[in-house]
Design a protein around this ligand. Structure first.
Ligand code: ZN
Ligand code: ZN
Length: 222
């Protein structure tokens, strides 16, 4: 997989969906679920992919993803997960036994040791989409498509895209517009909790969940 090889038609498809998700987050999540589903659906024959998972173990996020995938997809279920984890735990137990106390502790004591293969798969996929969007936004038709879609690039991915754009004004303006809309919806939702407000709840009641997906992890002051 190389960076920057996403087709323009694929980028355009990301803007044709009628929800408020971040197109990059969705594309990355879909790719990761598709990869994992195909590995788990035929675990015994997907030797190479299984080996990638086994070698790096699983971070907390991806342990959760595997569980929810196994639960939601009836043709996967618990069996391949049990088989994968059986082998993974055998290996990890051996690694525990073979490691000198100090060496093991030093190597694994970092909070983000990042050996989970799915994490690196997602990082790589994410970068491919960021590069694809950066290059697509040079063209008016893609800028217009993003202006017209309800989808909103999340804060973290906005930071990544901004860092790669040469002309940032358009992107800052459209993001401001989209996030103002989001803030207005949150405001409506909050104000409807006032007992004097008799208006019934509408679509704005969905926006605290949407906002949770779009809010990033960046440092701000004041
Ligand atoms: Zn995102
Ligand atoms: Zn992970």
């Amino acid at each position: 997989m190389r960076a920057g090889d996403i087709a323009e038609s694929t980028v355009m498809e990301l803007f044709k969906v009628n929800d408020y998700d971040c197109p990059v987050c969705r594309a990355v999540n879909d790719a990761s679920i598709a990869w994992l589903s195909s590995v788990l659906a035929d675990l015994l024959h997907n030797f190479e992919s299984r080996e990638k998972l086994l070698q790096g173990g699983l971070c907390q996020t991806h342990r959760g993803k595997i569980v929810s995938l196994a639960r939601s997809t009836s043709d996967i279920g618990g069996l391949p997960v049990a088989m994968l984890l059986e082998e993974m735990l055998e290996r990890q137990l051996k690694a525990l036994e073979n490691s000198g106390k100090r060496r093991f502790f030093r190597k694994n004591n970092k909070t983000h040791s990042k050996t989970c293969y799915l994490c690196s798969f997602e990082k790589e996929t994410e970068m491919r989409y960021i590069i694809a969007l950066q290059s697509a936004f040079r063209k008016a038709e893609f800028r217009r498509a993003y202006e017209e879609t309800s989808r909103i690039i999340c804060i973290d991915h906005s930071v990544m895209i901004l860092g790669r754009l040469t002309a940032t004004e358009w992107f800052k303006e459209i993001q401001k517009k989209k996030y103002r809309f989001m803030l207005t919806q949150l405001g409506h939702y909050i104000s409807k909790h006032d007992y004097r407000n008799k208006e019934p709840f509408g679509e704005e009641a969905l926006f605290w969940k949407i906002a949770t997906k779009l809010t990033g992890e960046i440092e701000t002051k004041g």
